[in-house]
Design a protein around this ligand. Structure first.
Ligand SMILES: NC(=O)CC(=O)C(=O)O
Length: 264
């Protein structure tokens, strides 16, 4: 299965963000991708005060990407968007997956929220405006079980182990990883999740500056179950593609059966 990671620089203009996302999906389809993955917060990445009204999981955002999937005839993982939350103060940070027929086939809400204070570098309290999801999700995409996660979830290996035990063979990580943490942690964490769970990892990131003071690391990548980076996007708004080879995954799991040898 050929897959594409789409790397964006979403900002305050929601319509422009969606136009760029659609353009990258067209490039992914043109490159023969069966599945294209967008990053976290495709719809908007800017100051809280100018954020658009959150939408339901069958609102305009969902309709836009359902239509794109149908018109392009590919699976679309629409990164994440601001979904209406449990109360007026909180949204959900939500991923939607669409089939080539444009049907919504899976929904995942980010479980681990980025509440971090790194002196002089990162100050972020996601839980002030976002409510955590409570369910792990393995989606069937083109006949392959795919474990869903979002950004900061990447730091919690127990989530991915649970997804692997539930049958996931591919792990998807749409992200807006910070530059400060990303340059040291992003690739190491992604490769670790791939190796320890013997899964392909598809990680699509936001790149560059976002108002008021956030810089995202980018480096969207596809990694195989041996931990080899198969494709990495350059520092630009662009796509990168790779081919997932499921018999290779089966060989790795058979020859080095660390998943099967678990004792805890
Ligand atoms: N932005 C995030 O949710 C996570 C991140 O940047 C990090 O874990 O570092």
């Amino acid at each position: 299965m050929r897959v594409a990671v789409c790397q964006l620089n979403s900002r305050e203009d929601r319509d422009q963000n969606l136009r760029v996302a659609r353009d990258l999906l067209e490039r992914a389809a043109g490159a023969g991708a069966e599945l294209a993955v967008l990053p976290e917060y495709v719809d908007y990445l800017g100051p809280g005060k100018t954020a658009p009204k959150p939408e339901s999981a069958d609102g305009e955002f969902a309709q836009f990407f359902g239509r794109a999937a149908r018109e392009l005839g590919i699976w679309v993982h629409a990164g994440s968007f601001h979904e209406s939350g449990p109360d007026d103060e909180h949204t959900y940070n939500t991923s939607l997956v669409f089939s080539p027929q444009g049907e919504l086939t899976a929904t995942y809400r980010k479980i681990h929220l980025y509440d971090v204070e790194i002196a002089g570098r990162v100050s972020y309290q996601e839980s002030r405006s976002v409510a955590p999801g409570a369910e792990t999700v393995v989606a069937e995409i083109a006949g392959v079980p795919v474990g869903l996660s979002i950004c900061y979830d990447l730091r919690f290996p127990e989530l991915y182990r649970r997804l692997a035990i539930a049958g996931a063979r591919v792990l998807v990580v749409p992200a807006a990883f910070m530059m400060h943490t990303g340059r040291d942690h992003w690739e190491v964490l992604l490769r670790a999740r791939a190796i320890e769970n013997q899964c392909y990892v598809i990680a699509a990131g936001q790149i560059g500056d976002h108002e008021p003071s956030r810089t995202c690391f980018g480096r969207s990548m596809v990694i195989d179950p041996w931990g080899t980076v198969l494709a990495q996007a350059p520092d630009d708004i662009t796509i990168a593609t790779a081919d997932l080879d499921m018999p290779r995954l089966d060989r790795i799991r058979a020859e080095l059966p660390s998943l099967a040898n678990r004792r805890l």
